[in-house]
Each structure stands twice: as C-alpha cells, then as structure tokens.
Design a protein around this ligand. Sequence first.
Ligand code: LMR
Length: 333
Amino acid sequence: LALSAALVLSGCGGARSGDAAGDESFTIKFSHVTTANTPKGKAAEKFKEILEDSSDGRITVEIYPNSELYGDKDELQALQSNSVQMIAPSSSKFTTIAPQLQLLDLPFLFDTSEDIPTLASRDSVIGDVIYENEDLKSKNVQVLGLWDNGLKQLSANTELRTPEDTKGLSFRIQPADVLASQFEAWGGATSTMAFAEVYNGLQQGVIDGQENTYSNIETQKMHTVQKFLTESDHGYIGYVTAINSEFFDSLPEDLQQLVIDAMDEASAYNREVATEVNEEAKQAIIEEGSTEIVTLTEEERQAWKDAVVPSVWEEHKDVLGPEIIDGLLAERD
Ligand code: LMR
C-alpha cells in the first residue's frame, strides 16, 4: 500500500487502464547528472529506446539528465523514496550507503580501458561486490548493471607532471575516502563537491583542480577554466545503474525481464561507445586550444602509481575487503 501511494503521489505509474494485469502501464523516471551526449547519457537514451519498444509502450522512461531534477546530493535519497525509479551514479557516490563500492575508485585499478570488462565482469570478485551488495539490497536499491564512463585525467592551472606538483593545490573530489587518500598521498588537498558545482568551483578558484574523464571535462566546460590537463588515466569512473527495488518488484514478471534485457543491451552499447565518446571529447578540447594536454612518459606515470599503489589500497583494506585487496594485489605481482 505504501508503495502504491508513493507511485500515485509521484505520478510515476501504476495507472491501470484495464482489468488484466497486462494492461497496466508504468513510468520510470531516470535521473542522472551528466549531459545527454556522454557515455552515461547515451546509454540511458538507449535503455529508454529499447524498453519502450520492447514493452510496447507499457513502460515509459523519462530521462532527466545534467542534474536537472536531482543532483549528487539528493539523487540517492530520491531513488530510495521512489521519487525517481532509476539513477546511475558513479561508484564513489555510494560511499556512505555502500562503502565497499569504492573498490572501483582505487587508483590504477585498471591500467587501460580494455581491462575494465574482465576485472569488473559480473562473475568477478569486484562484480560480486557490485551486483550482490547487501548494503544496497537492504536499502531498497537493486543493481541492474555497470556502465563505463572511462579513465580519469587530472586538470589544474599549473602543469601536473609529478605527484609533487599537486602540493599546495586543492582538488575537487567525489565523496569517496579512497579519493581523498589518493590526493593526500600525492601531496594535494581535497574538497568534496557535487558534479554540477565543479565548473563554478574552478572558475571562482574555490578549488584549483579536479580529476575526471575527458567527456565529463568537455561537456561541463571545465577545460575552459583549466590551463593544463595531464593524461594520467589514473582512475575509473563507472556507474552502478540502480532501480528502486520495491518498484521493480511491483512490475509484472514479464516487464521485469524486459527491464533486465534492456539494461543488458544498453550496457553492451555503453561499452561500445564509451571510449569513442571520450576520444571525441579529447579532440574537442585539443581543437579549442585553451588547454595544454600533458602526456606522461611511462616512468612519469609510474611515479604517480607508486605513490598510491599499494599504500592507498592497503589503507582502506578493512572497508574494501581484506581478502579482495590481497587478491587484487597478488594478481598484479
Ligand atoms: C563526478 O562527480 O565527477 C562524476 O561522477 C559525474 C558522473 O556522473 O560522471
């Protein structure tokens, strides 16, 4: 009863247009924080297209991109209260409710984008933490998939070639302790800030730099207020796509299956386009000409890595799972 009340109040479905269960139609409000032309935005559009088509209109997906409905600070709450039915926050945004997801935030977890599908596949140890996460299950959050954005780069108004170059600078981070430790190990200070506020934060000098993927930097125009961008590929931004579990359970079984199938297809599409979207964003930044892209030699990149692996991994072992960390570190030897 509580759920149907919520559905009616938020106008998000449950409207019966006939007696048979098969006539019932539903609306999924899907809120996210990036623009429509990012790896996440494109995958969300694909998900909508597939699901509306396969359900023959029984499910409508309304997408609210670019923090226009809910932003970092309230989207998880909006999902749990069923004000929206789906969100796709980066792993770092789950820190307070499911801290183990910070596994995906570990610096240099993936060396290149090609490592992502294997290391974070559904049947991997990391996949298990994502898909079978008890913290999320107990909070009415059901995980449907993992979407990539890609690997993060560093930006500032001064050249960042060595970890020491971060000293005296303050970097915006997503709300994950692992990310704070990473910058601390390099020598920089950090400040947690919502994604939608980063451009202003940089422009007004509240923060000196930040870390993000090319597509996020370009679509939020961060590069227009950052003179240097170091191609460090030092960390990952990936999205845990989630649906309100009470809402999902309230769907007729055939529609549940269509949601799962549409997510699988949208996830495959996301993997297909993510690298390309980031490459295009990089080219757009280069063409704009206001930001210098700093390419690191192998030795220079190694210095960034040595400063955080394994120290930052070890530091958060208790939260991330001691056995998992030991296993991942052993695989690298
Ligand atoms: C960020 O906050 O920098 C990213 O998580 C935004 C996003 O959703 O890609």
